[in-house]
Design a protein around this ligand. Structure first.
Ligand code: SF4
Length: 345
């Protein structure tokens, strides 16, 4: 565990929040965009070390291309499946729960960038609404905390949420978070105690960490994971394939092998969503499929995530490399990325 010189709450207070603060810190100018800025200073220092054209920088620094008006406001169609402000129920037995709309950083590619970040709020969790909904939907056996980033809640608030879902007899709980890589200090001893308690309340706890590039695997992150990987929970990762950031076989190889060495199983590689303000990160599906096919030559199956795309309009995720997700025309990609016939002539 890290020795705590600065708390995660202090790190949040000193984050860079405007073009003026960015320009003073990086000593260069940045495009003005419609989207907010929020970069904790320790992350800003790492970006400065790597350079403002680095993969790390492109994920978090504003860019003039964000002002392009292509793309969709709600690319994965959350709204059609949202019975209350804090719930999305798209998949039969899994329920998304949003305890907050706030994140520890503003990712420039975020698929929720047009709806989340203009309301700077921690929600008051609507347990009554959740209770009513779950009683009408006994098929739900996993609640997934998303947002925003659920680890923006204090340990006390998270404990209250966990207690509520435990009372509702939900067997599995999952947290989707970017916090461990942005601010490893968030995974403090109180958080460890909280997760140990939660592991006795639920049959399975899963934490899915979001990161996209091996440069996000810092020594601090590795240090906290040495202890946290011993907790009786499942650690997974999810990443977004991003043009100009990680659309390279060796970059993805280093990321996924780096994760398995830390006890984190790569879970999903998402094709980027067609989100307004983030279309400069988008790449062709065919390019993504070739890249993923080549990746299989370099990493073992247990380190390979599932490559998926969220079909616009709320159709949900579908595997991208799997021919069942497409009209099967008798051809498959071989390990060189070439289409070859499956049937003998
Ligand atoms: S942490 Fe996740 S929800 Fe928050 S801005 Fe980044 S991608 Fe979006």
């Amino acid at each position: 565990m890290l020795s705590q010189t600065i708390t995660w709450q202090d790190e949040l207070k000193t984050a860079l929040r405007s073009n003026e603060e960015l320009e003073a810190f990086f000593e260069t100018s940045f495009a003005k965009t419609d989207y907010p800025i929020f970069i904790p200073t320790q992350l800003a220092s790492r970006i400065k070390q790597r350079g403002i054209d680095s993969a790390l920088a492109k994920q978090f620094l504003p860019h003039a291309d964000e002002n392009n008006k292509g793309g969709m406001l709600d690319p994965i169609g959350d709204h059609a499946y949202s019975p209350t402000k804090q719930i999305v129920h798209r998949y039969h037995n899994r329920l998304l729960f949003f305890p907050t709309s706030v994140c520890p950083v503003q990712c420039r590619y975020c698929f929720r960038k047009n709806e989340l970040h203009h309301n700077d709020e921690l929600f008051k969790p609507d347990f009554e609404g959740v209770r009513t909904y779950l009683s009408a939907h006994p098929e739900v056996d996993e609640v997934i905390f998303s947002g925003g980033d659920p680890l923006m809640l204090s340990n006390e608030k998270l404990e209250k949420c966990f207690d509520e879902f435990s009372k509702l007899k939900v067997p599995m709980l999952r947290l989707h978070t970017r916090m461990p890589v942005i601010m490893p200090s968030r995974l403090d001893q109180d958080f460890v105690a909280l997760i140990k308690k939660a592991a006795t309340q639920f049959e399975l706890i899963t934490i899915v960490i979001h990161l996209n590039h091996v440069d996000e695997i810092t020594d601090e992150f590795k240090t906290v994971m040495k202890e946290l990987r011993l907790l009786p929970i499942q650690w997974l990762s999810q990443s977004v394939l991003l043009k100009g950031v990680n659309d390279n076989v060796m970059t993805l190889k280093d990321l996924f092998l780096g994760l398995v060495k830390m006890g984190i199983k790569p879970y999903y590689l998402h094709h980027p969503d067609q989100v307004r303000g983030g279309m400069h990160f988008w790449l062709d599906i065919e390019d993504g499929r070739k890249l993923f096919a080549a990746l299989r030559n370099y990493i073992p199956g247990h380190a390979l995530p599932e490559y998926v795309i969220d079909i616009p309009g709320g159709h949900g995720k579908t595997p991208l490399l799997n021919p069942e997700g497409f009209e099967f025309n008798g051809q498959l990609l071989n390990k060189h990325g070439e289409l070859v016939s499956y049937f003998l002539n």
